[in-house]
Design a protein. Structure first.
Length: 154
């Protein structure tokens, strides 16, 4: 009995130190996840560059196992997806929202070439949700991923 309690305490105490388990994002499941949300999303292919001051990895909490999300302005340049392909040239201001869960934060998703699922807010502003498990950014997408997105467009 004591052995079981010791194991339980060790597992509980390890909490934040244990690994975050994420499924590898797939373009089709990301499209479906965005489509099921209340907010509108656009699918974009191009580059995303920081347009404001360089922000470090979020506010310091004093505890590396309790990181806090942060955001920063960026500029997207590229093309938006339509049912006919990636044929709508656009340059957009985007807020990158880096989310954190315990010790893990998302990637800033800045890229010279990537596939982005950008949330369109009611005020007409765009945001990229960059959570620790990813899913709304695919760096250097392959042709089959681009074709899959186009096939899913209404």
């Amino acid at each position: 009995m004591l052995k079981h309690i010791a194991i339980s305490v060790a597992i509980f105490a390890a909490g934040p130190a244990s690994a975050l388990s994420c499924l590898r994002p797939e373009v089709g499941s990301s499209f479906e996840r965005a489509d099921q949300r209340e907010e509108a999303f656009v699918v974009a292919l191009g580059s995303l560059e920081r347009s404001g001051p360089n922000v470090m990895d979020g506010p310091e909490t004093g505890d590396p196992n309790m990181r806090v999300g942060y955001g920063f302005p960026a500029r997207f340049t590229g093309r938006l997806a339509t049912s006919g392909g990636f044929n709508a040239d656009r340059a957009l201001d985007v807020t990158v929202e880096v989310g954190c869960v315990s010790a893990w934060c998302g990637d800033d998703s800045l890229s010279d070439y990537g596939l982005y699922f950008l949330r369109l807010d009611e005020a007409g502003s765009y945001a990229l949700e960059a959570g620790p498990c990813g899913g709304f950014f695919f760096g250097n997408p392959e042709e089959h991923q681009l074709m899959e997105v186009i096939s899913l467009m209404p």
